[in-house]
Ligand binder design. Structure first.
Ligand SMILES: [Zn+2]
Length: 208
């Protein structure tokens, strides 16, 4: 029997439909896998409690062009995949505008992440979360950990909040955002994540 003409491998070969969901492939599969892991840990540890239907918190890692970050109004939970994240590739402070790769809108704290990466070349990831116990015991925690505490409670998500919080973080890897939450940073995702968990667990002990 001779070759069925349709089976000759020329022209279009695939028979399934292809839907292009994004304009960019996942450029950082391993780091994204780790970010997904820490989103799940934040959820499980109560470091990103559900507030108004979305998780309060945002996590990012530095890239060659900017940073990959959780989107605004997202749920930090298990089984996220790379489409759940966006890469911020330009942050325009004058117009307060970001350019992103991906389908989603980046976290409203994106400018804070940008500022920390700009001021701290040693920092490769920035995690932000909420935990009442950390706010309650901020002063005691600051005696035990090399951390910064912001001087005042500010409205989050503004350019001033981003710029001032990044300055107040200084050379520390952890900062309590008074009246808001905390920021944990590190040279690796594990370092930032483990620090966040360690400080929170100490706050739980102090509360007993
Ligand atoms: Zn927050």
């Amino acid at each position: 029997m001779s070759m069925v003409p349709e089976n000759r491998e020329c022209g279009v070969r695939h028979k399934f439909a292809v839907k292009h969901r994004d304009r960019v492939a996942n450029r950082y599969p391993e780091l994204t896998r780790q970010l997904i892991h820490w989103c799940q840990v934040f959820d499980e540890e109560g470091l990103a409690p559900i507030e108004g239907g979305a998780s309060a918190g945002n996590l990012s890692f530095r890239t060659a062009s900017g940073f990959v970050i959780t989107p605004t109004r997202s749920r930090l939970k298990a089984n996220l995949d790379w489409r759940a994240f966006v890469e911020v590739v330009r942050s325009d402070w004058r117009d307060f505008e970001v350019h992103v790769l991906g389908e989603r809108t980046p976290s409203s704290d994106a400018f804070l992440h940008e500022r920390i990466y700009a001021l701290r070349p040693d920092v490769l990831c920035v995690f932000h979360g909420h935990a009442d116990l950390i706010l309650r015991h901020a002063d005691a925690l600051a005696l035990e950990f090399p951390m910064a505490v912001t001087g005042e409670a500010r409205v989050f998500g503004t350019a001033d909040d981003a710029a001032d919080t990044a300055v107040e973080l200084g050379s520390a890897n952890y900062c309590v955002r008074r009246g808001h939450g905390f920021v944990s940073t590190g040279r690796t995702l594990d370092e930032a994540g483990q620090l966040a968990v360690k400080v929170h667990q100490r706050a739980v002990q102090l509360d007993r």
